[in-house]
Write a protein that binds this ligand. Structure first.
Ligand code: FAD
Length: 324
């Protein structure tokens, strides 16, 4: 009998998150003939998205739509997953390595007594073996891991696996009831988003980041303009956050967010090891720094030695000509 893969989808702002399509693609890499994929969509007013998810998986989509599920709650979401597992018994559960996936993945693994490999950046098939690559020591080394058996849970890092193309035939949608049992030990009252950016930093294809060299909150304006033209997001070094130029939600690095965009543009960032921990896996790194000896140039694919307040507006101007 084939294996059953269950992908736990995530939605935000009325759309499926791209990492969900990447998680489905992760399944496609390892799937064999006779295996099947189910999607799970949990939330409030997500029913329209269930049909969208159904276009990417070939088995069933389990849709659990309830006002109490609008915000992620580990206990409530685990209760929902337990209901899903009454209908489908997974061999492998796949989630995005997002704030939600990092919490729900181990919760599901603990409930099922499953093994877990987190933060997967690449998947390789070697005969019948599947090797999962994940970063170690803040990206300074990689390990390849393999399950030896049993139920498996993996979380995939956003922006590392190409998003899935559509399935050959849409999945069947199964709506499951959620009954709040009133015994949750904690409830989420509200989520206050600190970023106003249109593009999620951890999923952005292009990140324009500013460091202490940006010199003020006002100094981030040219970076925001460049990010807007490129449909990217704005990030920051810890020094820029510590100086009060921007919010800590924008911090990238060892104690901030880890990003792996296609293009990372570091402006006025020296390239401290703790910053590199959060961005060194970006596909292309462009550094703008007035100090030619700045360590960031050692990891940069392209370096521009110059004043960011001259270089960044010039880049915006040129990209605007071709992109807008
Ligand atoms: P600086 O090192 O001061 O560099 C500023 C750069 O701007 C310089 O290279 C300068 O040449 C350039 N510059 C100045 N003016 C201009 C201009 N007009 N045009 C172009 N270039 C200009 N840091 C993080 O970023 N993320 C983390 O998660 C993080 N975690 C940490 C955890 C620990 C435990 C510790 C100890 C530190 C951590 N740090 C982290 C801090 C880190 O060590 C550095 O202090 C920080 O990354 C430096 O930020 P920066 O590059 O913006 O500032």
């Amino acid at each position: 009998m084939g294996k059953t893969y269950v992908v736990v989808a995530e939605a935000r702002g009325g759309s499926l998150r791209q990492v969900t399509l990447e998680a489905i693609q992760a399944v496609s890499i390892v799937k064999q003939d006779g295996d099947s994929t189910a999607g799970v969509l949990i939330g409030s007013q997500i029913t329209p998205l269930a049909s969208e998810l159904a276009n990417y998986v070939d088995g069933q989509v389990y849709s659990i739509d309830h006002p109490d599920l609008e915000m992620y709650n580990p206990e409530a979401y685990l209760n929902v997953m337990k209901t899903v597992f009454e209908h489908v018994t997974p061999d492998v559960v796949v989630l995005g390595h997002t704030a939600q996936g990092r919490d729900l993945g181990p919760t599901i693994a603990a409930h099922m007594g499953a093994g877990q490999i987190s933060d997967v950046t690449a998947i390789e098939k070697n005969g019948n073996d599947v090797l999962y690559t994940r970063p170690l020591y803040a990206g300074k080394a990689f390990e390849q891991k393999q399950f030896t058996g049993g139920t498996q849970v993996i979380t995939v890092r956003p922006n590392n696996i190409d998003p899935a193309a559509g399935a050959s035939s849409p999945a069947e949608i199964i709506e499951l009831e959620y009954t709040p049992n009133g015994s949750l030990r904690s409830i989420v009252k509200d989520i206050v988003r600190k970023t106003s950016g249109k593009v999620d930093l951890t999923e952005a294809k292009i990140v324009v980041s500013g460091g202490r060299g940006v010199k003020s909150a006002e100094g981030f304006k040219p970076l925001e303009e460049l990010a807007n033209v490129l449909h990217g997001a704005v990030g920051a070094s810890r020094a820029a956050c510590d100086a009060g130029y921007c919010d800590y939600s924008m911090q990238i690095g060892q104690t901030g967010k880890v990003v792996t965009p296609e293009i990372y543009i570091a402006c006025g960032i020296s390239g401290a090891i703790q910053h590199l921990a959060g961005m060194s896996q970006s596909r292309i790194i462009i550094a703008i720094n007035k100090d030619p000896e700045a360590p960031i140039f050692k990891v940069a694919d392209y370096g521009i030695v110059g004043d960011l307040f001259e270089v960044v507006p010039l880049l915006t101007q040129e990209f605007r000509k071709v992109l807008v």
